[in-house]
Design a protein around this ligand. Structure first.
Ligand code: FMN
Length: 312
């Protein structure tokens, strides 16, 4: 069986989410943190530390992700992560958000292949005497999929631990279909092991992609897990019946609430976090639009809980 990774989802797959998922559902082979942007402070901020402290991620294979276009800054953050014992680190070349892209980061960096090459050269030179392994999570390009030919040539010059390909371009955001033709090209021509990522929302979709790319040994799941946290069980054909699944969702949900509340972030912020999850999780509850609307509209925690009770 292939290996499965939980995708990084900024603001959602926090250490609280990762742990709650790991406890309640089929464990992933790897978990990725949402991106860290290098900054000039000496250590990590309190929030960053919470994400990466080994005791907050016990039992999980965690790969921290960095988003940077500046080799020296990136190396400083790699150094800080090394101090926490991380040996595998992922570089984000995929984020499509406008604020990130306008700074030439994430998938915005893909529009500057020469700079990208210099960046990777600097970073790999900088880690030469360490045992850090670097992987890359990439889109196909910024404006058009044909950019990927050059981008892959660049990646192929470096000993990447793996190349995670989300076969869309920045301009797609999350629209259009993943470009499977270009993914096939990547899989055939990458010198590093390739991981597939994009739009695996059902076990049937996984099987379809897996049959198309039988040599791919790793798959990264993102929104599919948010919509259906039991997706990996379904893929592995280990899912229990509907009743058992509903109980697990309830316990998973309660754990998330409890842990976010314990952070002391205030009910309003906890509700914001939970509602963001419901934007996806709600898809598992067709015909329950009324209760979902109540969840969306809830301004107070007691109302929120009553709406969740009604739904679950
Ligand atoms: C809300 C949101 C936040 C995301 N944050 C990150 C991130 O921090 N780092 C990253 O590499 N990708 C991020 N992504 C992209 C996902 O990791 C993944 O590549 C994308 O959702 C496609 O996979 P999926 O179709 O399985 O969800 C984010 C996506 C979404 C929707």
């Amino acid at each position: 069986m292939a290996r499965f990774y939980l995708a990084p989802l900024e603001g959602i797959t926090t250490q609280i989410f990762r742990n709650a998922y790991h406890q309640h559902f089929c464990p992933m082979d790897k978990y990725f943190t949402p991106f860290f942007v290098p900054h000039s402070k000496k250590g990590f901020s309190t929030k960053e530390k919470r994400e990466i402290l080994p005791e907050n991620n016990a039992g999980l294979f965690l790969v921290p992700q960095i988003m940077s276009n500046h080799a020296e800054d990136c190396l400083k953050t790699i150094d800080k992560l090394l101090a926490y014992g991380y040996k595998e680190i992922n570089l984000n070349m995929g984020c499509p958000s406008k604020t990130v892209v306008s700074k030439g980061r994430g998938s915005g960096f893909l529009a500057f292949p020469e700079e990208l090459d210099r960046f990777l050269d600097g970073v790999f030179e900088g880690i030469r005497d360490t045992d850090v392994r670097l992987s890359v999570k990439t889109r196909l390009g910024k404006d058009g999929p044909e950019e990927f030919f050059r981008i892959l040539e660049i990646y192929n010059q470096y000993p990447l631990e793996e190349l995670i390909i989300h076969p869309r371009v920045q301009k797609d955001f999350y629209k259009n279909e993943p470009n499977l033709e270009l993914f096939a090209y990547g899989q055939e021509n990458s010198k590093s092991p390739v991981c597939y990522n994009g739009d695996i929302f059902t076990a049937e979709k996984y099987e379809k992609i897996q049959k198309l790319f039988p040599k791919v040994s790793a798959f990264m799941l993102g929104r599919g897990i948010l919509m259906d946290p039991a997706l990996l069980e379904r893929i592995k054909k280990e899912a229990g019946d509907g009743g058992a699944q509903a109980g697990k969702i309830r316990r998973f949900h309660d754990k998330l609430c409890e842990e976010y509340r314990a952070l002391g972030m205030g009910d309003k912020n906890v509700l914001f976090k939970m509602k963001e999850i419901w934007c996806y999780l709600g898809k598992s509850f067709p015909g329950k639009e009324k209760a979902l609307k109540k969840i969306r509209k809830a301004e107070r925690f007691d109302r929120y809980e009553a709406a969740v009770e009604e739904l679950l």
